[in-house]
Design a protein around this ligand. Structure first.
Ligand code: PMP
Length: 453
């Protein structure tokens, strides 16, 4: 089917409901049709080249067009395109991947439950932690504590665990047994307090909440090491050690949602290592296959696995596509590629620091109130007044305006309110970082002109 852009857009508007989209608004405008990609660049149906500053949706970590991943999928499709894991059966790719994951994740994580996505990982952990406590004879330990403005996916449990008000408003969420405390967003909510104090204050809300609910009711705490979709919120250094201390002290499980942070994004294989967290459960997806195929994995610690195996009986949970052989084969090839290219070391030692240095230069721009980042993920805050960090009125749509300028000038940069965020493929070169930063600056200039006008 060879269509013009206009024809694609008309068919798209007629038949396709996009995720997280105002259907009517998009249909009026027409979607951008992405037809191919290579390395860090996308190409649309008009032939425009666009630097993908978001690695798709934080997932195409090894870049587009990797033949090694295509070969792995082709070979596995020919060998065994599908089989399930329900009938006391397994297959080589799922076993090999489970083994490989336990080698690259922290040493106390030695069991894996596979899913098809990040959301399904979080549905899995919700049921798994409740089943864990019930198996230990404490079925009343049900409540999971999360944070406002967290993102844990779009299924009923994922959206309930998440703290997005707009998501809760549709469909009667959150479901019972999930409560939210405040997020460690220093720029947005901690002005005037030192980051150290603010981090401690926000972490200690966990302790207050446990005491308020009763420790006998609380099952777990869940958090993204760095909140991604919420706006690349990097907690102060004091935050995670205090959360870990509180979880240890009260004996509640710590769940790290590493769907974005995992697989090298922050310069460590997993951000938990960088922040010194020891999660009982760790959710992985996205970068596990560099987004080439859908796959999720819940890493389960020895202490949780022991109870599940020895006392849990049957765990009544699983998906048709749990451990899909083709997705597993691609994940194995992807992890081996990451190892052979020493990509995590590169993010930690060279390209990450380079991007962070260049990105921080944007702090001198009149619209920019703060720049921050770690490894290859970064954010900047658009403000009206740099001295006070006062925001533009919501109606000015500063973030969306900037995002549009970026897209039209050949850069995908995402807007979360007036926070602009990037998460490029880990294979980005220094030259491409230079291009990204200069496109970002140009878009900020154009945004400033428009907002002033
Ligand atoms: N957890 C986090 C931290 C995420 O960022 C996302 C997706 N952006 C999810 C879970 C959900 O993953 P999926 O879209 O694959 O269901």
């Amino acid at each position: 089917m060879q269509q013009t852009t206009r024809e694609w857009q008309q068919l798209d508007a007629s038949h396709h409901l996009h995720p997280f989209t105002d259907f009517q608004a998009l249909n009026k405008k027409g979607s951008r049709i992405i037809t191919k990609a290579s390395g860090v660049y996308l190409e649309d149906s008009d032939g425009q080249r666009i630097l993908d500053g978001m690695a798709g949706l934080w997932c195409v970590n090894m870049g587009y067009g990797r033949q090694e991943l295509v070969n792995a999928a082709t070979q596995q499709m020919q060998q065994l395109p599908y089989y399930n894991l329900f009938f006391q059966t397994a297959h080589p790719p799922v076993i090999e991947l489970a083994t490989l994951l336990t080698e690259i994740t922290p040493p106390h994580l030695n069991q894996v439950f596979f899913t098809g996505s990040g959301s399904e990982c979080n549905d899995t952990v919700l049921r798994m932690v409740r089943h864990y406590w019930a198996s230990k004879g404490q079925p009343e330990k049900q409540v999971i504590i999360s944070r406002h403005n967290a993102y844990h996916g779009s299924t009923v449990a994922g959206a309930s665990l998440g703290g997005m008000k707009g998501m809760h408003a549709q469909g009667g969420l959150p479901i019972p047994g999930i409560v939210h405390i405040d997020q460690p967003y220093h720029f947005g909510e901690g002005q005037g307090i030192s980051p150290h104090e603010f981090g401690l204050e926000r972490a200690r809300q966990l302790e207050q909440k446990i005491l308020e609910l009763g420790v006998d009711k609380v099952a777990a705490f869940i958090g993204e090491p760095i909140q991604g979709a919420g706006g690349v919120i990097i907690p102060p250094d004091s935050y995670w050690p205090e959360i870990q201390r509180i979880c240890d002290h009260y004996g509640i499980l710590l769940i790290a949602d590493e769907v974005i942070c995992g697989f090298g994004r922050t310069g460590h294989w997993f951000a938990s290592e960088g922040f010194g967290i020891k999660p009982d459960l760790m959710c992985l997806a996205k970068g596990i296959t560099s987004g080439y195929l859908p796959l999720g994995a819940v890493m389960v610690s020895d202490r949780v696995a022991k109870v599940l195996v020895e006392e849990g009986g049957e765990f009544n949970h699983g998906f048709t596509y749990s451990g899909h052989p083709v997705a597993c084969a691609v994940a194995i090839a992807n992890i081996k590629l990451m190892q052979s290219e020493s990509i995590v070391k590169r993010v930690n030692e060279t390209i990450g620091p380079y991007l962070q240095r260049r990105w921080r230069e944007l702090a001198d721009h009149p619209l920019v109130g703060e720049t921050r980042g770690k490894g290859l993920v970064a954010a900047l805050e658009i403000v009206q007044d740099k001295r006070t960090n006062q925001r533009f009125p919501t109606a000015a749509n500063a973030g969306m305006t900037c995002r549009e300028f970026c897209f039209n000038n050949g850069l995908v940069m995402r807007a979360v309110g007036d926070t602009m965020i990037i998460s490029p493929p880990l294979v980005i070169t220094e030259e491409q970082v230079d291009e990204l930063v200069s496109l970002a600056r140009r878009s900020l200039d154009l945004t400033a002109q428009t907002l002033k006008g």
